[in-house]
Design a binder for this molecule. Sequence first.
Ligand code: AMP
Ligand code: GLY
Length: 423
Amino acid sequence: MKVLIIGSGGREHSLAWKVALSPLLTKLHALPGNPGTAALGENLPLKVDDHGAVVRVSEQRQIDLVIVGPEAPLAAGLADDLRAAGFKVFGPGKAAARIEASKTFSKQFMGRHAIPTARFGAFSDYSAALEHLRRVDYPVVIKASGLAAGKGVLIPEDKPRAEEALRQVMLAGEFGAAGDEVVIEERLEGPELTLLAFSDGMTVRAMVPSQDHKRALDGDLGLNTGGMGAYSPVPVCPPDVAAELVRVALQPAVDGLRAEGSPFVGVLYGGFMLTDDGPKVIEFNCRFGDPETQVVLPLLDSDFLEIALACVEGRLDQVAVRWRNAAAACIVLASGGYPGPYASGFPISGLDAENENSVVFHAGTRVVGGQVVTAGGRVLGITGLGADIRAALAAAYARIESIRFEGMHYRRDIGWRALGEHP
Ligand code: AMP
Ligand code: GLY
């Protein structure tokens, strides 16, 4: 199979790494890709948002399967445009991608299908939002409804700060157009985890649970980021809990989207909080998580291409999805300043050393004059593998020792909840 992966982050490098292990693969392409994907196939230096160009290059290269990594092209209808041109695409169409692209749609959808989630109100009018905020008697979180790269959520300490947050999002345009509409949600408490699932529009097959670390700094302090690290499996989510999450949320979501005329083919991301009142959906995403993919795919024992093809062809119920009985941890190495403004272009050293217990995934990097340099907020994801989480973390942190770039920062406490102690 000739495969095209759309995207250029750590998630896409880990997808490419897993696809490259498949005996079904004849040639891998990434668009636009990064230096990590370039080592596994050919990068096509095109713009993802030029759908016409993506279709044309897929025709020229006779692509058998397109895998779309990020949410933005899915929300923009890239999967629809490729399907209309006759291509097999692993990733939902625009209508189904609304489960992530519009938090307002997503919350109302969960309401229609009795999927457990926090109480909420959705507003495009500031004074109506403010009135709602003053009326509710519970602590809230304030979310930009549109796509905001994982950063569009504010968790104010009290009511005055909630009003300030609302002004920031709706009046000051903190998250741009994503904040023209807001969702004001009841603030929940409990351990958080990610459960990704393959779907062919009908059948749902959960992956191993994982846990992301969204805050920038150790101890879960600092600003929300796209994700600073992840690990899998997750002690608070043994198989019976994962099965419950599929039963109450992931399967009803896939069934609901199909019933509403927009079947979901690809990976459904469930972000959950395990509250005293039962599990609740914090968010759905319409694609693999980043950096969750960097820990989940290395634990997949089955052929990813075989599964992806089965999803696209509506026969996921006929393939085995097996997992290794092991653990993985990923540490994100970020640019100084991220998730705020940061400088780029710093040379990265120490990438070459191979190690069978770790993998270096490129995220925000590029090659200038033969040298790999920083080119994004999240620069690299270092995944360690081991028999348990402690061993996986040790392998990842050991690999980081030899990697350097100016301003590099990373969390030293990834996985602490699984270990039961804060370092
Ligand atoms: P989201 O982009 O919706 O996943 O939100 C980002 C992060 O904000 C989540 O991972 C949670 O840690 C936090 N968060 C979102 N919604 C809530 C909520 N209703 N209650 C408490 N924390 C939340
Ligand atoms: N790691 C969070 C996300 O992919 O949305």
